[in-house]
Design a protein around this ligand. Structure first.
Ligand SMILES: [Zn+2]
Length: 126
């Protein structure tokens, strides 16, 4: 997936229409170099925030709390992969991102509703 960007900066904006022609958008994206695009693994569109949300007085979750959640998750991952036999001389994974296909199949089993959703998305979105 390529990044969602255009010269005017409003492509996909909910309040202001993009004034760029499709060829301009294509040219704009093609200007990004291959090595730069290779570094972009995930593209997430972030919609414009309403003013009320930006100026909200609700206190966001603090970094210490987030750090604690991350450490808990990392601990679960270490437990999950503890004791896995080494294959092909490679070290066992220590976190989810290092899982190999066999571990993904073993630990990432989909529930029946998830499988149906996946199948539906696969067929309708290709
Ligand atoms: Zn535009």
């Amino acid at each position: 997936m390529s990044p969602h960007a255009c010269p005017c900066g409003y492509l996909g904006d909910s309040l202001r229409e993009c004034t760029c022609a499709p060829y301009q958008v294509q040219r704009y994206i093609s200007r990004l170099s291959g090595p730069l695009l290779d570094r972009i693994d995930i593209c997430i569109e972030v919609p414009r925030l309403p003013y009320e949300e930006i100026s909200s007085s609700v206190k966001p979750e603090g970094s210490a709390s987030i750090k604690k959640r991350v450490e808990t998750a990392r601990g679960r991952q270490r437990e999950r992969f503890c004791g896995i036999d080494q294959k092909n001389g490679r070290p066992s994974p220590s976190c989810n991102t290092q899982m190999r296909p066999g571990e993904v199949r073993r630990y990432c089993k989909m529930t029946k509703p998830a499988r149906k959703l996946f199948e539906s998305a696969f067929k309708s979105l290709r």
